[in-house]
Design a protein around this ligand. Structure first.
Ligand SMILES: Cc1ncc(C[n+]2csc(CCOP(=O)(O)OP(=O)(O)O)c2C)c(N)n1
Ligand code: SF4
Ligand SMILES: [Mg+2]
Length: 348
């Protein structure tokens, strides 16, 4: 189990106090926590590299509306790449379709803007084929919980290695204000002119039930907290998901103010167990307790923020590797191309 966060609650709610730790400002892949290639290729000595800066990570200028919550998410992601020195060729940034799904355009690295709702299958293929890459997936509530809801469940139960960051704005932003699966009852939109009548999805409950092995919740107005959640998700082996309340200022303004202290709300952070045998610890949250996570997920809006659930379960990546390697040996360690060629030759 990973250690509990080392930032104090004050640090977590104050965007201005985040400082990069001295120990993490390094270009060494091992020290930076970069997953090493799962292949057996001999290590090639790499020349020393320049420190990765925000400038090098930045690609196109974001095209979101001024004030959109997604800008803060991008800034938090840049910070993590910079802090962990995650080189361009070691990451892949993927997305479906939506305003939030424009994300890969703005990150200098491998990336793809894919079909609406189909980003999890794409990410799954990349994750399984390229264990040396860290797969980051970004998208919206519509992409993740509506059209892609089924894929989300299967990525979760298979525990495929990736970090999925869902920018939940309770609306379809790109297509200009339709009810989304997380829109609250009564929300007036182009699809529900007299107010939504359907019970919304509870993302945390869906993810717990689906079998995701790391589940967290954050808010785009809390940059330090977002950074911490992304890092925790990145360090987790398996299907890690973060739901982030990210305001659509155009089509659902102010909806997340109740969780924003700068707008009179309250941002309540989950206090995780420290296992220090103190009476206070009895009240803290055990992230490995699925039922406790479910209870937290049942709290009324705006709920609480932090890690709801985390468990160790073998990833599909690791399980597949166990039979891919002996099978490869049987072919005399032939390359993918050679195996493909042999298959074609057989069916000629
Ligand atoms: C198969 C398919 N169905 C519908 C659409 C239209 N469409 C594009 S984005 C979108 C919803 C976007 O909402 P969300 O995922 O919440 O992202 P946001 O724009 O709010 O960030 C829809 C319905 C599409 N592009 N492809
Ligand atoms: S429409 Fe909403 S979600 Fe889309 S860019 Fe504008 S503010 Fe952001
Ligand atoms: Mg949305």
């Amino acid at each position: 189990m990973l250690p509990a966060p080392s930032l104090s609650p004050k640090e977590l709610v104050n965007d201005d106090v985040y400082l990069m730790s001295e120990t993490t400002q390094t270009t060494s892949p091992a020290a930076a926590g970069i997953r090493q290639s799962g292949s057996d290729s001999p290590a090639i000595a790499e020349p020393p590299r320049e420190k990765l800066t925000k400038k090098a990570i930045t690609a196109d200028h974001p095209t979101w509306c001024p004030g959109c919550g997604d800008f803060a998410v991008l800034a938090a992601f840049y910070k993590v790449l910079e802090k962990r020195q995650l080189e361009h060729e070691k990451i892949v940034t993927l997305a479906g379709i939506g305003c939030s799904s424009r994300f890969p355009y703005f990150v200098n690295g491998h990336g793809a803007h894919y079909i609406h709702g189909r980003a999890v299958p794409l990410a799954s293929g990349i994750s399984l084929a390229r264990p040396d890459l860290h797969v980051f997936l970004f998208g919206g509530d519509g992409d993740g919980f509506s059209i892609g809801g089924n894929h989300l469940d299967h990525g979760a139960r298979k525990n495929i290695n990736m970090t999925y960051f869902i920018m939940d704005n309770f609306v379809y932003g790109l297509t200009k204000k339709q009810t989304s699966p997380t829109s609250p009852i009564g929300f007036k939109s182009k699809t529900d002119p007299s107010g939504a009548i359907d019970q919304p999805v509870n993302p945390m409950k869906k993810l717990i039930a689906g079998g995701a092995t790391f589940i967290a919740r954050t808010h785009a107005a809390q940059v330090n907290h977002m950074i911490l959640m992304i890092e925790r998700a990145f360090d987790h082996q398996g299907f890690s998901v973060i739901e982030c309340l990210s305001e659509c200022v155009e089509f659902f303004p102010d909806v997340f103010d109740p969780a924003n202290p700068k707008k009179g709300g309250s941002f309540e952070v989950i206090q995780e167990k420290k296992w220090d045998n103190t009476p206070e610890d009895e009240l803290r949250h055990d992230v490995t307790d699925e039922l406790a996570a479910y209870k937290l997920a049942s709290l009324p809006f705006p709920g609480v923020f932090g890690v709801f659930y985390e468990t160790d379960r073998p990833t599909k990546n690791a399980l597949e590797k166990k039979w891919i390697e002996p099978t490869r040996e049987k072919t005399g360690n032939a390359s993918d191309l050679e195996i493909l060629q042999k298959t074609f030759d057989r069916i000629k």
